[in-house]
Design a protein around this ligand. Structure first.
Ligand code: GLP
Length: 245
């Protein structure tokens, strides 16, 4: 696990973007694993600006998103489908048919999970971007999700619903279920970049980097990944005991 500690959110976004750009420039048909939440927005802004200025080409790039709420229509402002269009896809030349986001409405959910997993299996994700929940979740894999899980339906932890309430009018509007890539699906990615900022993430980050690997903090499994970079600011790093670059 490589740990990079920087001063600002912008620096987190810049460092993560450098790694992603290098992959996209060197492999025209790169497969990107994408995340939602506020943490990766800076990376997406960098991708959009760079595409505008340097014409970095995404026309053969394939994307897979980590997760989506169940029973929230695509058109809803807070669906991850809307999030990705509003924060990234509108500003780069990725082709619609190369974008994959799980569907959580109007489908046989069990079948949708299997299909999504099989579809990812047709590719290899070159780099997976991750945020982290304050309870250590990755994607929507809440504490106690088995490490060998594949794409599945989850009941969201109360903590997660409370954390995400800020995007909705009130708690009752926050969906109770989601569809998410499993932990086994995520760790199959060749490279993983996890970004986190702010003191709300300090417990989850210290456990992920320096704690024991355990089901109660899903992100701890990343300690076993051969190519995982964690990029955080000083607030998120404030409980770490060891020294990092
Ligand atoms: C959401 C997403 C995660 C994300 C996490 C943190 O629930 N499913 O993929 O990493 O919460 O979100 P934020 O970056 O807004 O703190």
């Amino acid at each position: 696990m490589k740990v990079i500690i920087v001063d600002t959110y912008q620096e987190i976004s810049d460092k993560a973007f450098e790694i992603i750009k290098d992959i996209v420039v060197n492999k025209k048909d790169a497969v990107l694993g994408l995340a939602t939440g506020s943490s990766p927005i800076g990376i997406y802004n960098n991708m959009i600006q760079d595409h505008k200025e340097n014409k970095t080409d995404y026309s053969n790039v394939v994307t897979f998103n980590l997760d989506e709420y169940v029973d929230l229509p695509k058109e809803h402002k807070q669906s991850y489908y809307s999030f990705m269009n509003d924060n990234l896809f509108y500003g780069i030349n990725v082709k619609k048919e190369n974008i994959h986001i799980p569907t959580g409405v109007g489908v046989d959910l069990e079948k949708a999970c299997l299909d999504y997993e099989n579809n990812i299996g047709n590719y290899e994700i070159d780099v997976q971007i991750l945020g982290i929940g304050s309870n250590g979740h990755i994607g929507f894999n809440e504490p106690n999700t088995p490490f060998d899980s594949t794409t599945h339906i989850v009941t969201l932890a109360e903590k997660t619903r409370l954390d995400n309430q800020r995007f909705f009018n009130d708690l009752s509007e926050v969906p109770t279920k989601a569809i998410t890539m499993g932990i086994a699906t995520i760790v199959k990615s060749k490279k993983i970049i996890l970004v986190a900022n702010g003191s709300k993430k300090k417990e989850a980050i210290s456990r992920t980097i320096e704690g024991e690997i355990g089901l109660d903090c899903p992100a701890t499994i990343l300690q076993n990944h051969p190519d995982c970079t964690i990029i955080i600011d000083k607030e998120a790093a404030s409980l770490l005991k060891n020294k990092y670059e």
